[in-house]
Design a protein around this ligand. Sequence first.
Ligand code: SF4
Ligand code: SF4
Ligand code: FES
Length: 503
Amino acid sequence: MAKFTLNGVEREVPDGINLIEAALLSKVRIPHYCYHPGLSPEGNCRMCVVEIEGIPKLQTACTTLVADGMVVETESEKVIQERTEVMEFLLRNHPIDCPICDQAGECGLQKYYMEHGLHDSRVAVEEKILKRKRVDLGPLVVLDSERCILCSRCVRFCDEVAGVRELVLANRGGRSEITTFPGRTLENPYSGNVVDICPVGALTSKDFRFKVRVWFLKTADSICPGCERGCNIYLEQYQNEVQRIRPRANPDVNRWWICDDGRLDYKWINRDRLLRAEGEAGTHPPERADEEAARMLKEASSVLLVASPRSSNENLFALKRFRDAALPRAALVGGSFRKPWEEDRILKRPDRNPNRKGMELLGLSGDLEGALRTGPECVLVVENDLLGDRPELADLLRGKKLIALASNRDATAEAAALRIPVCTYAETEGSWTNFEGRTQAFRPVLKAVGESRPVFRVLEGIARALEASLAWSDFETLRAETFQAAPALGGLARTSGGGAHAL
Ligand code: SF4
Ligand code: SF4
Ligand code: FES
């Protein structure tokens, strides 16, 4: 541990951390642009300067490690004046196009101008150096060079995290610009992260730009469903549609990053949703749908219940309880036919299901294909698009009574004799257990779409129609029972972290 004095107060912090982090642990925020905790420090923006006793010149906090006995001032007159001058320098050629900039509302320049700048520009508009305004860097990212403050976070991200040399700082002085290497584009599978870490509006997301002002967004802490890594994310909605996914920092899971596939894995939540229960004779209100499902299950000589590694632990547990309480002779097996993708050395895991581990720990894994081939008369499929992943199974299921609890009009729902709408993970609470056995909670950001209900509520309704007793007063009761019945899930891990900007 190191004892140092910060703004006149003695503090104790771990050795070997820089002054920005040391101050943060002491609840003092030192403004900074180029420093990012996930990248090597470069010390180029000069925004983080502090005064250190015994050293005549101001020092950059991001490149100075805390030391025993150090006396640091972050708010002295000299520091405050330097910060204002740095702000004036950084804004020297800035186009001030905040009204049409996607970063407005979460921009480091706006924030620090109000906190540390408040100067009047000494440069006439016509004297500003003009640069390229709409540079197509790659499939996901557009660059506005005039807004760039040359902090090099984006370059360091590509070099150090993505491991590809795609971006570079070219030219000199006022003509300096970020660009791609000749003949290359910004197309690494993690490229979207440069938009999150760009502290200004220079790098914007093609998927999000001009969609909605950020202050209209409502945000919830969530978990990416894209693979078994379970990256922590912010899920952001406007007008009850998901508009954007951003990484949520968690050093134990995804650090500050997410992959581009995960970033764009939200469009299905807004599209092709099943809004009402549908049977062969038309649509049903929820209660009627539950009765119809109960009738089909009761009349069948053999029943197979299919669970999914995309379901939450709580919904999987509810399905187990449903079987025990309402259909004790039914077979219950979980699995998935989703094709794996290529693992990489950064985050992506081969299994594209977020809860394979939870399903295993709940004892629901088994030979799904074998179970389907035994020829059950009625199959209840819960949150599992069997036919979308294995269309050839359609022959096997032909003539069977198929009931699908599905959020979307996927191939399985379309083939079912009865389809009942259920909420996606964006509309309910739940938890998934990642490949390392870490159980993480997600929270709703949307209101339930149409007549969709949480899976466990639909199961309760069907059980009621089967005259079985199955009811949870609320989600928390279900969660408590789930963790009690399966201690191997380990309880909920901490999932809240900071944002990607870390300004
Ligand atoms: S584009 Fe953004 S992240 Fe890259 S150097 Fe410019 S300001 Fe920094
Ligand atoms: S690595 Fe997996 S969990 Fe993480 S963002 Fe990508 S798809 Fe989602
Ligand atoms: S010089 Fe320290 S944050 Fe940029």
